[in-house]
Design a protein around this ligand. Structure first.
Ligand code: HAM
Length: 491
């Protein structure tokens, strides 16, 4: 069942989606599940669970980004994961692969029902897409909330979160992936371009990547003065070499000629070696801007490769573009970050003219790059203290002690499965607890507790009342404490 999505679709093109054969009844849940309930349900293709070690690393990664980018004046922003489809069509460009092939577009269940049952196609506003990238949403938010009024300092914004692209999944290429990105709106000076690139390289260092094993490619894409003529020259070049090009590049000649530089087909790669280069077509202003960006990078000791064929896959770029690639061990998906200047995007989506610059980096690809450099995830010490019970009769007292420990900020746990004391010590070891507190009926009768220091292999007896009081006092202070400090402070 295929229906055109409203008159005119996107920018006058009929927009077709295929609706799976489901019966939709008013007010009832559509039977969207398969009948075979024994079949295991896995994560969707191209998505990936971040299990605890990776999820902890993702938190650290975002924290490091906040610290590094914060030093350059960037502040956090959170925009919706869904935006109106039109934002991406206008902002990223209808002819880009990201928009024309890779967007996940959705309409609400109610709109879908009305469309199927009543033939009422959803209005443009109801067509929502999962964000394939973060720039368009941030720029939309800047326009909507007037974050850079006339004469104000540039807005420096950073974000982190999932992006969605319906690409063919492979190593380093997912359909849902996490990005950290920054956008600076309201300044066209080359210092902004240079400081953002320096900042990104500092970030890679901060997460432990050896930056000598990365290549920073940069280029200038020109501006509205010089790019149109260059674009036309490349289009003409493609038309002249049509016979030697793949089908997609033949189409690109008429839709998005510069993307032919990215084609991986050997025949196209050979043809594009003789294509006109943007370097020879830049206007004086763009040449000066680009030279200044590079001079600032030189001064900061950042090495880069000037690559006049770097065009990037999103249509909004003007002037500086850049990409960071891993030299070895990553396969085809070796770009761990990229971005550039977009001085026309603000107007494209309905705002006042305002220059912008930004970049985004892929979290999962950074993990692959770190692994290629020999990184292994640190084993996370999950708890500081394990409370062990000699037998089940003392469980209530052990449970209360556990609460006092946690209230004092000591990460602690106990056995919930009724395991033997030996097995409880094994669990404590697995969770890398520094201390095991043993609660037993004999010790409780004497208001005492055995404390085993797992690292020093030493055992001491604690006065339960005094220990509990010390924990309660620790819970009242703002200062972080360790169990070791509390134990040594006991009279
Ligand atoms: P992008 O180059 O499309 O730029 O994506 C930035 C980074 O996201 C890539 O370098 C890569 O590390 C990661 N990435 C992209 N697609 C995938 C995928 N399918 N699977 C895994 N990782 C992926 C942008 O998104 C622009 N918004 C950057 C920007 C910000 N330009 C200006 N401001």
């Amino acid at each position: 069942l295929a229906k055109p999505l409203g008159k005119g679709g996107l920018r006058g093109r009929p927009f077709c989606v295929t609706i799976p054969e489901v019966s939709l009844t008013r007010g009832a849940q559509a039977p969207l599940t398969t009948k075979d309930t024994t079949m295991a349900i896995n994560a969707p293709e191209g998505t990936r669970d971040l299990l605890p070690d990776e999820a902890l690393f993702w938190n650290q990664f975002k924290q490091t980004a906040a610290e590094v980018f914060g030093a350059y004046g960037y502040l956090p922003i959170e925009t919706p994961i869904m935006e109106q489809t039109e934002l991406f069509v206008r902002g990223i460009g209808e002819a880009t692969d990201v928009v024309s092939k890779e967007m996940f577009t959705a309409i609400s269940g109610e709109n879908l029902r009305r469309w199927v049952e009543e033939g009422k196609a959803p209005k443009a506003k109801s067509r929502l897409s999962l964000r394939p990238e973060g720039t368009a949403g941030v720029v939309r938010a800047v326009v909507q909330h007037d974050l850079v009024p006339q004469g104000a300092a540039p807005a420096k914004l950073m974000y982190a979160g999932p992006m969605f692209r319906a690409e063919r999944p492979q190593k380093g290429r997912q359909r849902q992936f996490n990005q950290v990105g920054v956008e600076c709106l309201g300044a066209e000076e080359p210092t902004i371009d240079a400081e953002a690139i320096i900042m990104l390289m500092r970030f890679y260092e901060a997460i432990g990547l050896d930056t000598s094993k990365l290549t920073l490619l940069i280029n200038s894409m020109g501006c509205e003065t010089c790019r149109p003529a260059y674009r036309d020259a490349v289009a003409q070049f493609l038309i002249d070499h049509e016979a030697d090009l793949c089908e997609e590049c033949r189409t690109r000649a008429h839709t998005n000629p510069l993307r032919a530089f990215d084609c991986k087909q050997e025949a196209c790669v050979q043809v594009m070696k003789d294509a006109p280069l943007i370097t020879d077509a830049l206007c004086e202003e763009c040449k000066t801007h680009y030279a200044q960006v590079k001079a600032y990078l030189d001064d900061a000791g950042i090495s880069y490769v000037d690559d006049p064929t770097l065009v990037r896959g999103l249509d909004y770029y003007t002037r500086t573009v850049f990409e960071v690639q891993v030299k070895e061990g990553m396969g085809a998906q070796n770009a761990i970050g990229g971005g550039g200047r977009y001085d026309k995007l603000m107007e494209e989506i309905g705002g006042q003219p305002m220059p912008g610059f930004g970049f985004a980096l892929g979290f999962e690809r950074c993990i692959l790059a770190l692994e290629a450099q020999g990184f292994t995830f640190p084993e996370s010490r999950t708890i500081e203290c394990f409370v062990a019970c000699v037998d089940a009769s003392v469980k209530p007292q052990a449970f209360m002690l556990l609460q006092h420990l946690r209230d004092a900020g000591i990460a602690s746990d106990m056995d919930h499965l009724g395991k033997s004391l030996k097995a409880q010590f094994k669990s404590a070891g697995k969770q890398q607890a520094s201390y095991v507190l043993v609660v037993g009926p004999d010790e409780l009768a004497q208001n005492a507790l055995t404390c085993r220091d797992m690292d020093a292999h030493e055992e001491t007896t604690l006065d339960l009342a005094k220990f509990t009081e010390a924990l309660q006092n620790a819970a009242l202070t703002e200062e972080p404490t360790t169990l070791g400090d509390i134990i040594t402070s006991l009279p």
